[in-house]
Write a protein that binds this ligand. Structure first.
Ligand code: NAD
Ligand code: DAU
Length: 366
């Protein structure tokens, strides 16, 4: 007989956000068994979870979300009550180079998970009672917003839960498609689902293909900082642990069929983020102020580069009382210090396949 109160399948738990979420759930809820299904692509890294791998309520399974037999087997073996689905190809630049992999994992993988959940839960006496499929998505599905002001917030408009989908990159098109499949399973089969669309996360364990860790690493090593376009694009930054707290709250609120936007009301132009990173790294390393400004290198723009993302998360703050706890300044300080203290982690991640990929992207942009 199962001694756990709940069995939760978390997909993509060896990645950036997934590893923070798995750690949070394993530690905070010892009565839940967390089954982490991850294919360990270039973005998955088990060293992100070393500190919890011996916990009795944690199980790691290496596998692909597209593998129907494997996923159905996990539903049966562990009597899964809920899925929190994060596994995805997550990097926009990679989706420009290779859209098929994004369609396979993000669309077909999500559909496969939905199908296995439906088949397994549908065969139980209680059916969908007490079950939940929680899909983690992105604000990028909404497209982008105009910049109409010079200071934050950079415009009057924000993405709300009602904003129509208008994805521009193969990545966001694949995430939009997966969101539609999740809603279709709710509307067609009555599956209890929740979707959240979150803005840009940053923090420890983020792969250094993404802006903040890439630039911290390059500043430390005095390598060029490839700023796409003029650096004027705006993103709404959220510290990863604030995202995880939101997921916890929304998971337990059990609003079947609901969508929540998650964002920090924290818009920054890329160039301002980059200047903050330079001054923070230089201060901590005892370098002269502004010494590394010369590393800023304007390169060709990302194709289809979304201009501005800005999330209105007032539904979440109003209905569930969530609030961002980590300011951008605190979050950047913590993040820079974490990367400076984890050079070995960075070296392991950047020594292999990633550097080959980075050379391809960067050499195409001079
Ligand atoms: P990530 O790239 O760091 O991690 C993705 C994880 O998924 C990796 O561990 C990888 O091994 C795993 N994975 C990939 N393909 C798989 C497959 N076929 N089967 C099983 N596992 C597979 O991504 P992240 O930044 O942590 O993002 C996690 C989720 O959150 C994604 O769905 C992403 O779209 C969404 N999201 C990310 C952000 C952000 O700023 N990073 C913001 C909003 C939403
Ligand atoms: O908004 C949520 C999304 O945020 C998530 O859904 C994605 O998974 C996540 O990767 C992130 O997407 P972005 O494309 O916004 O993040 P990225 O870190 O790649 O880029 C942030 C901004 O910085 C973007 O405007 C492009 C720019 N940039 C990025 C890189 C890697 C540069 O100027 N130079 C770079 O080298």
């Amino acid at each position: 007989m199962d001694s756990f109160e709940k069995n939760i399948l978390i997909t993509g738990g060896a990645g950036f956000i997934g590893s923070h979420l798995v750690r949070h759930f394993v530690r905070k809820y010892p009565s839940y068994r967390i089954i982490n299904l991850d294919a360990l692509t270039y973005a998955g890294n088990l060293s992100n979870l070393r500190d919890i791998e011996e916990c009795p309520n944690y199980v790691f399974v290496k596998g692909d979300i597209c593998d129907g037999e494997l996923v159905s087997g996990l539903f049966r073996t562990y009597r899964i009550d809920a899925v929190i689905h994060l596994a995805a190809e997550s990097h926009v630049d990679r989706s420009v180079l290779d859209p098929f992999t994004f369609a396979r994992t993000n669309v077909m993988g999500t559909l496969n998970l939905l199908h296995c959940a439906r088949t397994c839960w549908g065969s139980l006496k209680e059916g969908f009672d007490g079950k939940l499929f929680y899909h983690i998505s992105t604000d990028e599905v909404y497209g982008d917003l105009p910049i109409t002001r010079d200071t934050a917030p950079y415009g009057e408009s924000f993405f709300t839960e009602e904003t129509a989908y208008r994805p521009h990159s193969p990545y966001s098109a694949s995430k939009a498609s997966s969101d539609h499949f999740v809603r279709a399973f709710h509307d067609t089969y009555g599956m209890p689902v929740t979707i959240t669309n979150c803005s840009n996360n940053y923090g420890p364990f983020q792969h250094p293909e993404k802006l903040i860790p890439l630039f911290i690493n390059n500043i430390v090593n005095r390598r060029p900082l490839p700023v796409y376009g003029r650096g004027e694009n705006v993103r709404d930054w959220l510290y990863v642990e604030d995202h995880v707290r939101a997921i916890d709250l929304i998971f337990h609120a059990r609003r079947s069929g609901a969508t929540f936007n998650i964002g920090g009301f924290n818009e920054r132009r890329n160039i301002d983020v980059i200047r903050t990173l330079i001054s923070t790294v230089d201060r901590i390393l005892g370098r002269a102020e502004g010494e590394d400004e010369c590393l800023v290198t304007f390169v060709g723009d990302r194709p289809g580069h979304d201009l501005r993302y800005a999330i209105d998360s007032s539904l979440l703050t109003g209905e569930l009382g969530w609030k961002c706890q980590v300011s951008f300044e605190q979050g950047i300080e913590k993040t820079v210090r974490w990367y400076l203290g984890h050079t070995r982690w960075l070296e392991e991640v950047t020594s292999g396949e990633y550097m080959k990929y980075y050379d391809t992207m960067y050499s195409g942009r001079k």
